[in-house]
Design a protein around this ligand. Sequence first.
Ligand code: C5P
Length: 310
Amino acid sequence: MVIEDGIFGFSLTRIAPAKINLALHVVGQRADGYHLLESLVTFADAGDRIGFSVSNEDRFTLSGRFAADLPNTGEASYRNLVLKARDLLRAHLHEKGIKAAPVHLHLEKNLPVASGIGGGSADAAAALLGLLDLWQASIDRSSLQQIALKLGADVPMCLYGRPLVARGIGEDIRTVMDFPSFPMLIVNPLKAVSTPVIFKSLTDKTRPPLSMPPGKPPRDGWIDVLKDLRNDLEPPARALEPEIGAVSEALGLTGASFVRMSGSGASCFGLYASAEARDAAAAVLSRQNPNWYVLPCHSVHGEEDHDDRE
Ligand code: C5P
């Protein structure tokens, strides 16, 4: 999302919202090793921020609480998905004869890295959308989705930024209309978890599929639906990083209506009946666990009567 109150000195700022897997079912594995998933996903109204400006030469700068966890010098910086996104999009535009001027990109890294809430993927998606704005270029949706998928399995869904179901390895996306917004608390023990390691330690790779409810459940009805769904990566992640269990249990004790791990962890989230209940929970958890990352936010609302599946 583009925001008004942007990063100082940049012509454009986008938020790269945290991605939350409300459910993540592993239903198979492709010949190339990638796992087939069925995931109900929503997004937070908070995340990293990226500033965009046209510049004399390409520049990349970093700030934010977790900036030090990303390499920003020499060869290593080119592993950053924001720069990969810039380079892939520019190459695509050049092929089409569209100019893509040098840019200064600034990443404010507010989300913990390797934490199951899609920080790097959200950054890549926000970089693609922001650069298209800055360069005043437009490309067809399917080319954009293809570029996104080259950057990572979760990047296509991050282009949507609203409630959706993703299938395949994440490329088959259908938005979920009328999905409610929930007061949400994201908590991470600040232990990085490697996604490939968690996938590799899965023993059963063909678990039952995601079943979505017919019609439009009411708000509380969605909580009951979520309770019947799973994150199949949670058991192996808990085995590898026991602090995930501690985070999940602590969230449960704060009166959350629903608690689960997101992605491959270690972030867990709680959904609450009210913003007051969420804020009280955030205060308790921050006091009891000063080393944990605690982000009070809302999940975004699914729009009505608008399905833009491509
Ligand atoms: O696509 P991305 O770079 O985010 O994935 C990181 C790693 O997670 C992959 O290299 C793969 O090992 C694993 N993965 C998987 N199945 C998926 C998504 C990711 O096995 N659907």
